[in-house]
Design a binder for this molecule. Structure first.
Ligand code: NIG
Ligand code: FE
Length: 416
C-alpha cells in the first residue's frame, strides 16, 4: 500500500534525539510512504514513489500530516474500579500522599483489582486501550502494580498478554509489584521488599519463561518515594531483577528526591520517570547517561500541582527526554498522547516539534524499542497516523479534540 500526498511526512529519521537535537522531524513535504508486509518499504516524495510503484493500492492522505504512531512509554492502564471520590477529596484539600497513607489511593485500586476476575480486568481495560489507540498511540508500556501479591500481579500480566494478542494496540508489559506497600505488610516494608526479591521476582521469571513464549522479559519498575519504597529497598528490588536479566525502570522524584535517579543510572535502567523533584546534579548525570528521562506532565496537571519536570534543563544538559501519559486511576486518567503534547508545550516548554520527537522516537527508546518503532524509516514497523491537520504545529497548539483521522498499525488501516 502506498500512502501519498501528505502535506508533511514526518519521518523523525536517525534514531533517538538527545539534548538540542530534539525536534528534528525529518519532514518530507508532499511525502509518501510504501508499506509492505506490515513494514515500511520506502519513504520519499509522492511523485517519485507513485511513479516507481504505480500498481500498489493507494491511500490518499489528502494534504494532511502523516507521522509515526505515538509511543506511550509509561502507563498504569490496567486496573479495576475508579477513584472519582478521591478526586473530590483532593479538591477539598487532602493530598495524594495523605490519602495513600490512610490506606486509600493506590491501595483502594489494589482492593478493587484483587477481587476482579481475569475476565473483568480485561473487559474494564479494553475500552481504555481502544481509546489510546484512537488517539494515536500504537504501542504502550503498561505496568502491573495494583495486585501487590503474586497471584494478582500474575493475573494482571496474563490479562496484558491476552490484550496484546487481541490488538491492535501493542503492549510492552512492566512488573510493578513494588508500587506500594500492601496493607498486610503495613509498617513491615522490609519484609515486603524481601518477599519481592526472594519470591515474587523469581516466580515471575519462571512464570514468564513458561507463559510468555516469544516475548522478551518484561521491565521491572519500583516506586521510589516517601511512603512507598526507600532508596535501599529500591536498590535491592531492582538489583535482584537485574541479576535475573530483567530490563529496569524506576519512578523517581515524583514528590521527593530519594536518590532514585542516580540509582537508575547506576543500574543502567532504560528510563527514570516523573523527575519533578530532581536535583541539578541528577539532571547532569542522567543527561550524561543512556537512561531516558520520561516526563509525565498529566500527573502534576491531574493533581493540580505547580511543579513539572525541568525538561529544558535536561535538554540543555544533553539528555534524552521522552513524554508519556502515566494513565492511571489516581493522578492521571488520560488516554491521549495528543493532550500530553499540549501540556508538554505549555508546562515543559517544548516546541511542538520537540514534543512530537519526545512522544515517538524518544519514547520508543524509553521502552527499548527504538530500532522497531517511533520513526518512519525503511525496515521499521508500519505504525503511523494520518491527522486531520496540514501543519504539524497544530499538535500541541490545539487540545481537547482528537486530531487523528486514521491509525495504521503494522500496515492495517483503522479509520477513526
Ligand atoms: O505514576 N506514582 C505512582 N504511580 C502512579 C499513580 C498511581 C495511582 O495513583 O494509582 C503515578 O503517578
Ligand atoms: Fe507511574
Amino acid at each position: 500500500m502506498l500512502i501519498h500526498s501528505a502535506s508533511q511526512l514526518i519521518t523523525i529519521a536517525g534514531g533517538p534525539q538527545r539534548g538540542q537535537e530534539l525536534g528534528n522531524l525529518g519532514i518530507i513535504p508532499g511525502g509518501a510512504v510504501l508499506i509492505q508486509d506490515g513494514e515500511i518499504a520506502a519513504v520519499g516524495s509522492s511523485s517519485e514513489l507513485r511513479s516507481i510503484y504505480p500498481d500498489e493500492p493507494q491511500l490518499d492522505a489528502g494534504g494532511q500530516v502523516v507521522l509515526p504512531g505515538f509511543v506511550d512509554p509509561h502507563t498504569h492502564a490496567i486496573w479495576a474500579g475508579d477513584r472519582a471520590a478521591e478526586f473530590e477529596m483532593r479538591l477539598q484539600g487532602k493530598s495524594y500522599l495523605e490519602i495513600l497513607k490512610e490506606g486509600g489511593g493506590i491501595l483502594s485500586t489494589v482492593r478493587a483489582t484483587r477481587t476482579a476476575s481475569l475476565e473483568k480486568l480485561i473487559s474494564e481495560t479494553r475500552p481504555r486501550l481502544w481509546s489510546m489507540f484512537k488517539h494515536g498511540t500504537t504501542t504502550a508500556e503498561i505496568k502491573t502494580g495494583y495486585g501487590l501479591r503474586t497471584v494478582t500481579e500474575l493475573r494482571m500480566l496474563q490479562a496484558l498478554l491476552a490484550l496484546d494478542k487481541e490488538g491492535p494496540l501493542e503492549i510492552v508489559p512492566t512488573f510493578l509489584g513494588a508500587h506500594a506497600i500492601p496493607p498486610e505488610y503495613k509498617d513491615r516494608s522490609d519484609e515486603y521488599t524481601e518477599l519481592l526479591c526472594n519470591t515474587m521476582i523469581p516466580i515471575l521469571h519462571e512464570w514468564w519463561s513458561q507463559r510468555a513464549l516469544g516475548y522478551e522479559l518484561p521491565f521491572v519498575d519500583v516506586f521510589c518515594e516517601t511512603g512507598a519504597f526507600s532508596l535501599e529497598q529500591s536498590r535491592a528490588i531492582l538489583g535482584k531483577a537485574r541479576e535475573l536479566g530483567f530490563p529496569l525502570k524506576i519512578h523517581a522524584d515524583e514528590f521527593d528526591n530519594l536518590g532514585g535517579t542516580s540509582l537508575a543510572i547506576e543500574l543502567g535502567a532504560a528510563s527514570a520517570d516523573h523527575l519533578v523533584a530532581t536535583s541539578r546534579e541528577d539532571i547532569d548525570s542522567i543527561a550524561q547517561s543512556d537512561t531516558v528521562a520520561v516526563a509525565l506532565p498529566c500527573t502534576p496537571f491531574g493533581l493540580a500541582e505547580e511543579h513539572y519536570t525541568p525538561a529544558r534543563e535536561i535538554l540543555a544538559a544533553g539528555g534524552t527526554l521522552a513524554i508519556a501519559t502515566d494513565l492511571n486511576p489516581g493522578t492521571a486518567w488520560c488516554e491521549s498522547m495528543q493532550f500530553v503534547l499540549a501540556l508538554a508545550c505549555r508546562y515543559l516548554r517544548l516546541t511542538p516539534a520537540q514534543a512530537i520527537s519526545a512522544g515517538t522516537i524518544n519514547s520508543a527508546a524509553a521502552i527499548g524499542r527504538a530500532d522497531r518503532i517511533g520513526s518512519l524509516e525503511v525496515g521499521k514497523q508500519a505504525d503511523l497516523l494520518i491527522l486531520s491537520i496540514a501543519d504539524y504545529r497544530h499538535l500541541g497548539y490545539r487540545f481537547g479534540t482528537n486530531l487523528v483521522q486514521t491509525v495504521i498499525k503494522k500496515g492495517q488501516v483503522y479509520p477513526n
